[in-house]
Write a new protein. Structure first.
Length: 309
């Protein structure tokens, strides 16, 4: 299932469980960074748990290759607002250290039930991320609090992981005692293992997602000669045209639509809901982050905007 589903059901995790997931995500990000890829969209919805309770990261739609610097290599304003680092909010150039901020934001949410600096008002959220001092709730262990402060440092060059990469984060006292090799090999029992009856059991995914019909996306232009109308696709599936995709050539699947790209950014917005809490509304468990950019003030949604870079 999704980490989003479990976090929404429980509100927060005990430190041991949060540490396990954070450590596995850290290894995944370390691997991506070793390939020159900055992930750019770490959030509970994009972290899946397999049948053994181990982490799997998904959705690389906003990832960018060719980024090797901790604070340089990418310029697009993209991601999910609650997990954006200050350098992205300020429209500055950024690099792999942006992922370490998002890791800190996710750990903060797993331990406290809330992303840091949370506000349902987009402009206020960005103001807090860019300029407000991090205030941590009571009850965190000194090691957890210190790690959060270091990962959520507003200066990417001074953020933990900026120098030395993931190795510096793995050496933090919060992860003392973690057998990283065993964790990498998935030999450490997960703190939670799903009870599933069959391989297609989806009880641990949000019903808002599983209740939607499965529709194939239009194929890319280069696949036009491979999946001709009526041809069988992978695993015997029919072509996109036969599955309900718009008819016509590979380049006119969206013919007739008047929408045009208004800007060079891609922000995936959480549609908030739920009970109110000090400092803002609940992050909105039960509603997935969508690919829409809400207005700068309030929750009014505006058309999605796309970008690369």
């Amino acid at each position: 299932g999704e980490l989003f589903f479990h976090l929404g059901r429980q509100g927060s995790f005990h430190e041991g469980r949060a540490k396990f997931y954070t450590a596995q995500i850290l290894l995944a990000l370390e691997h991506l960074h070793s390939l020159g890829v900055v992930y750019r969209d770490l959030k509970p919805e994009n972290v899946l748990l397999d049948a053994n309770g181990n982490v799997k990261i998904t959705d690389f739609g906003l990832s960018k290759a060719g980024v090797t610097g901790s604070a340089a290599g990418a310029t697009s304003f993209c991601g999910t607002p609650e997990y954006l680092p200050p350098e992205v909010v300020k429209r500055l150039e950024y690099g792999t250290a942006a992922d370490w901020w998002s890791l800190g934001a996710l750990l903060h949410e797993m331990l406290t039930g809330w992303p840091p600096f949370f506000s349902q008002d987009r402009a206020e959220l960005f103001r807090r991320i860019a300029g407000e001092e991090l205030v941590l709730p009571e009850g965190l262990t000194p090691e957890a609090a210190d790690l959060l402060r270091r990962l959520l440092h507003k200066d990417p060059l001074r953020r933990l992981g900026s120098v030395g990469g993931a190795a510096g984060i793995r050496a933090h006292p919060f992860f003392a005692g973690v057998d990283w090799e065993a964790l990498y090999d998935c030999r450490i029992p997960a703190p939670w293992t799903p009870r599933i009856d069959r391989v297609d059991d989806v009880q641990f995914f949000d019903k808002e997602f599983t209740g939607k019909p499965a529709v194939l996306s239009p194929p890319p232009p280069e696949a036009a000669g491979v999946l001709a109308p009526g041809a069988a696709g992978p695993a015997g599936s029919s072509s996109a045209a036969a599955a309900g995709a718009p008819a016509g050539g590979a380049g006119d699947h969206f013919a007739g639509f008047s929408y045009a790209e208004p800007a060079s950014s891609m922000v995936r917005s959480r549609m908030h809901g739920g009970a109110a809490a000090p400092g803002g509304a609940h992050p909105g468990y039960g509603h997935h982050h969508s690919s829409s950019a809400a207005g700068a003030s309030g929750g009014t949604a505006s058309p999605p905007v796309y970008a690369h870079g």
